[in-house]
Write a protein that binds this ligand. Structure first.
Ligand code: SAM
Length: 231
């Protein structure tokens, strides 16, 4: 990983903002991801994220924390938060913004236990592909304290396969339709392609059941997105 994502966060944090991130996927064209969005405060967060933060309790793990927006809000409310990310730049920014316990760490290497584990801004993306979902869920479950919860958001992206005439062009011989290749570029440089997984609620629910987690639909968003609580 070149950590272009982290470089972009660092530029924004250090007052060197000149341009935004450009993202695209195997099924969609270029899209602008404004850096300011990655520094959003509570009032600018989607309702699903606000709801997740309101439901958060106890000792918290913020997985894939980015610049630390969710962690900072919870820390300011007096909660103990550990923020982790595989991006060195993201963790440096989270620390500079005041997140007290921020660490470069892959969630699969985490060993402490928590009352609430947060995975926000399409949290299932971190699972990368269907075959890895059980591994991640089993590991996340092992990080829960008694009565602990995982709050995770995602979207059913079936709508992205819809034709103008309302039909769908999903290839049923291919893998699950939410498995995408994800491309990111910043200042004209391309990051190595990544895998990124969107999971519809029913598929997440099924995967949870197979590993002994209860999966509850907390809230649906405005555009096929949802927040789930696993416990
Ligand atoms: C879409 S961003 C979300 C950032 C932040 N949660 C937000 O809402 O602004 C996903 C983040 O997850 C991080 N990430 C991806 N895989 C990870 C893993 N296995 N363990 C920890 N962090 C990971 C990425 O580096 C990135 O910062």
């Amino acid at each position: 990983m070149k950590d272009l994502f982290g470089n972009a966060l660092l530029d924004y944090q250090n007052g060197n903002y000149t341009e935004d991130l450009i993202t695209s996927t195997s099924i969609s064209d270029d899209d602008v991801l404004p850096l300011s969005y990655l520094f959003r405060d509570f009032k600018d967060m989607p309702k699903l994220e606000q709801k997740a933060l309101q439901m958060t309790k106890g000792n918290v793990l913020d997985v894939g924390c980015g610049s630390g927006s969710h962690s900072l809000y919870l820390q300011n409310k007096g909660l103990h938060v550990k923020a982790i990310d595989i991006s060195q730049g993201a963790i440096q920014v989270a620390q500079e913004r005041g997140v007290k316990h921020a660490k470069v760490l892959n969630v699969l290497k985490e060993t402490e236990t928590f009352d609430t584990i947060l995975l926000l801004m399409n949290g299932t993306g971190i699972f990368q592909e269907m075959v890895q979902v059980s591994n991640y869920l089993i590991h996340l479950k092992s990080l829960l304290k008694r009565n602990g919860q995982i709050l995770i958001d995602s979207s059913d992206i079936k709508y992205m396969y819809e034709d103008d005439d309302g039909g769908f062009w999903i290839d049923t011989n291919a893998g699950y339709y939410g498995e995408l290749d994800y491309y990111l570029s910043y200042k004209g440089e391309n990051e190595y392609p990544m895998k990124w997984l969107y999971l519809d609620f029913d598929t997440l629910n099924l995967a949870c059941n197979t590993v002994g987690l209860n999966c509850e639909l907390v809230m649906e968003g405005e555009h096929f997105d949802y927040l789930a609580r696993l416990h």
